[in-house]
Ligand binder design. Structure first.
Ligand SMILES: C[S@@+](CC[C@H](N)C(=O)[O-])C[C@H]1O[C@@H](n2cnc3c(N)ncnc32)[C@H](O)[C@@H]1O
Length: 273
């Protein structure tokens, strides 16, 4: 890949998603663009860059961000977060709910990928709040991955570590051509709304504030000013005393923010802010 092509791809990816591609990512970018060249049947990277500059580039720009970003995720990833949600956040917020006249327990999975994170939150809340209303907003920049998340169909091996009771309660087994696949049951699917959202662009399409926000394993792809901007945006969407969960490799200590660290990768919005 020529220097000028890498620079162009780097700048367009940053502009579109705020994903920051350092020089160390050159090989990764080159490998992932190889897939786009095959998909678009273009002979060279120069042609591909010309396509991205053309007026009909919109769809391919989405495919480019998809190809560059990593969607890796799994059910109950960083499981201590779900324990904390069940044992600390739910009881605390349930106590406040009546006094503060909350309509429902409301959680946002802010970079939800293929749905494993919001459905893990949903399974946790289904167990912890069997009688109370709750809902989850789940957003991602990738339209392709959101379609997969809303379909909610998972291969058997991605569910291997789930407790048998969770499997029985929340998953439907596929038969015939769907053998080896499981679908999240509609009762749980209805509790999660998937929407397209670039976390750094415009305002999220919801007005209520959240008791908890999960924004995990996406900040690592952003530079420091972008991380700061994102944490500020997320904090504004929390109720006072609400919790922000980030990935365990995403400490907020190098950036400026007003949140209080409760445990590694768990932060709380101070009361009175
Ligand atoms: C590695 S996955 C993390 C999934 C899940 N949160 C977890 O921890 O397992 C990162 C996700 O962030 C999404 N993403 C990247 N940049 C984004 C942006 N600017 N706005 C919203 N989502 C973004 C990607 O599409 C991808 O699905």
């Amino acid at each position: 890949m020529r220097d000028s092509e890498f620079e162009f791809i780097r700048s367009i990816v940053y502009k579109r998603s705020r994903i920051s591609l350092g020089p160390d990512k050159r090989e990764l970018v080159s490998a992932r663009l190889g897939k786009r060249l095959r998909a678009t049947k273009l002979p060279s990277l120069g042609d591909y860059c010309r396509l991205l500059k053309s007026p009909d580039a919109e769809e391919e720009l989405g495919n480019l961000i998809d190809a560059i970003s990593t969607n890796h995720t799994f059910f109950f990833r960083e499981s201590v977060h779900f324990d904390f949600l069940r044992d600390k956040v739910v009881p605390e917020m349930s106590e406040r709910a009546r006094a503060e006249r909350w309509r429902r327990f409301y959680v946002w999975s802010a970079a939800c990928s293929s749905g494993e994170e919001p459905y893990s939150i949903a399974m946790t809340l289904a167990g912890a709040l069997p009688q109370s209303p709750w809902h989850i907003e789940a957003t991602d920049i990738s339209r392709r991955i959101l379609t997969k998340a809303a379909d909610a169909i998972y291969d058997e091996d991605t569910l291997a570590k789930l407790a048998p009771t969770l499997m029985r309660t929340h998953f439907q087994r596929g038969f015939g051509p769907q053998e080896g696949q499981y679908r999240v049951k509609s009762a749980l699917r209805e509790r999660v709304t998937f929407r397209h959202l670039n976390l750094l662009e415009g305002e999220p399409p919801f007005t209520e504030t959240f008791q908890a926000i999960f924004c995990r394993n996406v900040m690592i792809y952003f530079d420091r000013p972008t991380q700061e901007e994102l944490v500020g945006r997320l904090a504004r969407r929390l109720v006072p005393g609400g919790y922000l969960f980030v990935g365990h490799s995403e400490s907020l200590s190098p950036i400026r923010h007003d949140l209080r660290m409760i445990k590694p990768a768990i932060y709380q919005k101070p009361f009175g802010s």
